[in-house]
Design a protein around this ligand. Structure first.
Ligand code: DGP
Length: 126
């Protein structure tokens, strides 16, 4: 699947749509999900044009990988959900493709916490 530069997160990265940023560096932007499913619901995205995690893994640079992983950890600590910083825990989810029910075709990691998130896999809703 090729990258669609009209997707909503590409527009956020270009500053065409506002967002509630919680963290930013040269390679990464993290902002609050517009439809939060938990008290903490942050999306962490690379600034590079990657459709999904597998695209990133295949085509990203080591510098981008390091920045992405570290940013996810920073967000979890900053949001006070990271157990390493005394938080009560969180879940990371990255949906990919149709079976993964990915709605926005720009890689994003959901960071969910602030409540008990529940079982890892729920029955399909659709
Ligand atoms: P996914 O199904 O994994 O592709 O999740 C996409 C998420 O993106 C979903 O939880 C809602 C969120 N989202 C969609 N549009 C916007 C937007 O314009 N701003 C923000 N902050 N989040 C958005």
């Amino acid at each position: 699947m090729s990258y669609d530069d009209q997707n909503i997160f590409a527009k956020i990265l270009r500053g065409e749509i506002p967002n509630d940023t919680v963290y930013e560096d040269d390679h990464v932007l993290a902002f609050r999900d517009i439809q939060p499913q938990a008290p903490t619901h942050v999306l962490v995205i690379p600034k590079g044009a990657y459709v999904s995690f597998d695209d990133f893994a295949e085509n990203g640079s080591d510098e981008e990988f390091a920045a992405y992983v570290r940013a996810i950890g920073k967000v979890a600590r900053q949001e006070r959900v990271a157990p390493v910083a005394g938080g009560n825990g969180f879940r990371m989810i990255s949906n990919a493709g149709e079976d993964g029910v990915q709605e926005v075709p720009h890689l994003h990691m959901h960071i969910l916490g602030g409540r008990r998130i529940g079982r890892m896999i729920q029955p399909p809703r659709e």
